[in-house]
Design a protein around this ligand. Structure first.
Ligand SMILES: NC(=O)c1ccc[n+]([C@@H]2O[C@H](COP(=O)([O-])OP(=O)(O)OC[C@H]3O[C@@H](n4cnc5c(N)ncnc54)[C@H](O)[C@@H]3O)[C@@H](O)[C@H]2O)c1
Length: 323
């Protein structure tokens, strides 16, 4: 199938694009390289550099049958400081993409939603029926896209799947043997930051150790990027005209900040000194997904554990660190 991967030069999109190529799909990547890297686009995929607004219609018209939509801005802090960038870049650009799809007659789409749509949960693990109360314009822009997809499914017969990821981690070794991993700037995710601390000789900061959790640090749900890619391929096969399905994607298990640092110590062999500072505003104690729905409906299971995430992220970090 000819598929468009928006944001396929970014972290997750590049891994999914690589898996789609490996599965025999004809892949076109559209990415403006605002946070992505041309060298992350997998060999075998066609790369078009441009924005969704300027280029989606032309790319879609070239025989595309389905879309996997990753392109977005995804820094929570930036979204609070500059919400218009998120309403325009995430919601506005997506509506432009959906309108172009509708005009051309393409109705199959898998969308990167996020755990941030839930905000502070009342119960964990979080199910898809939990109230959506995003605490940032980033999360609000993603829930607005989810609502738009529901409408486009009802009105125009789109077959859509939204995948709400929790914390994505790890790196993917491509068929060519190269590593695809996180190169965000700024990097806000725990595992790459801990590993960068090792290569740069920095101490790790823990934001609060007085939460109501077993070791006092926050518990988060992590999913390996290769497992996430597998979920996307299953979601693509599950798109049905007139339906908008929503699935949470996590491991179903929470790991504390201290546990993550300990696993990073094991895979790197480094001491990784850590300092405890005050809590950050707005950090819930526990964010863990229930992935029961995607397990029962699409047969998806997380196959890789926290150690594999840290070990693969470390391989990626080492492959990029000059010796
Ligand atoms: N990384 C995570 O843990 C995580 C968690 C939940 C949801 N998500 C979502 O997954 C998706 C991918 O995240 P990521 O970590 O790979 O981010 P990323 O920044 O690495 O990738 C996003 C890509 O989209 C491109 N892009 C952005 N706006 C564009 C536009 N208007 N037109 C064309 N290209 C554009 C960027 O250049 C980049 O290559 C995002 O939608 C994000 O919100 C990520």
């Amino acid at each position: 199938m000819r598929v468009l991967v928006t944001g396929g030069a970014g972290y997750i999109g590049s891994v999914v694009a690589a898996q789609l190529v490996a599965a025999g799909h004809d892949v076109v990547v559209l990415d403006d390289l605002s946070t992505g890297f041309a060298d992350a686009v997998p060999p075998g995929a066609t790369f078009v550099k441009g924005t969704l607004r300027d280029c989606a219609a032309e790319v879609l018209a070239d025989g595309v049958e389905a879309v996997l939509h990753f392109a977005a801005k995804s820094l929570v802090g930036e979204s609070v400081a500059n919400p218009a960038k998120y309403w325009s870049g995430n919601l506005g650009s997506t509506v432009a993409l959906l309108e172009a799809m509708r005009e051309i007659g393409i109705r199959t789409i898998v969308f990167s939603s996020t755990a941030a749509v839930y905000g502070e949960p009342e119960h964990t693990p979080i199910t898809e029926t939990a109230p959506t109360r995003p605490t940032s314009p980033y999360g609000a822009s993603k829930i607005a896209v989810d609502a738009t997809l529901t409408e486009f499914s009802r009105l125009y017969g789109f077959g859509a799947v939204s995948l709400r990821y929790f914390n994505v981690a790890g790196a993917h070794r491509s068929a060519q043997g190269t590593w695809l991993g996180e190169r965000h700037d700024p990097e806000t995710h725990l595992i790459p930051n801990v590993l960068a601390g090792v290569t740069e000789g920095r101490r790790v900061q823990i934001f609060g150790d007085d939460y109501p959790t077993p070791d006092g640090t926050c518990l988060r749900d992590y999913i390996h990027v290769t497992d996430l890619a597998d979920a996307h391929l299953r979601a693509l096969g599950a798109c049905r005209p007139g339906q908008h399905r929503i699935y949470n994607l996590g491991n179903g298990t929470g790991f504390s900040v201290r546990e993550v640092i300990e696993v990073c110590r094991e895979v790197t062999g480094a001491d990784i000194p850590a300092d405890v500072g005050p809590r950050r505003a707005g950090d819930p104690a526990v964010l863990v997904a229930s992935s029961e729905r995607i397990q029962s409906e699409l047969g998806w299971r997380a196959a890789r554990d926290l150690r594999a995430m840290a070990a693969d992220a470390w391989s990626f970090t080492q492959a990029r660190t000059p010796r």
